[in-house]
Write a protein that binds this ligand. Structure first.
Ligand SMILES: [Zn+2]
Length: 93
């Protein structure tokens, strides 16, 4: 049993309760209601030289991409400064 919570995340109900999971491959990331981003594969890209149109914000800004450790699907991304905590969006069951 599963229901979507975003484009690439869903809540799956299994024998160990409800988990936030990748909807592409079903890889479980974290129990529902807890931060899941620290369980994803993180890639940080400097906004400088990221290509495309020039970025005009803080020169040290990073683009963080959170991907599924199982299949590599991009689950979420956020902009942050180095050392900033993740913007945890808690997914409640
Ligand atoms: Zn996956």
């Amino acid at each position: 049993m599963s229901r979507p919570v975003s484009a690439n995340l869903e809540i799956r109900t299994g024998k160990d309760g409800e988990r936030i999971a990748c909807s592409a491959c079903g890889h479980g990331l974290a129990p529902a209601g807890t931060p899941w981003k620290r369980h994803a594969a993180l890639r940080e890209i400097s906004m400088n030289g990221a290509g495309g149109k020039a970025y005009t914000g803080a020169p040290e800004a990073l683009l963080r991409q959170f991907s599924c450790p199982g299949c590599g699907t991009l689950l979420d991304s956020e902009m942050a400064l180095p050392g900033e905590p993740f913007l945890d969006d808690i997914v409640h069951a």
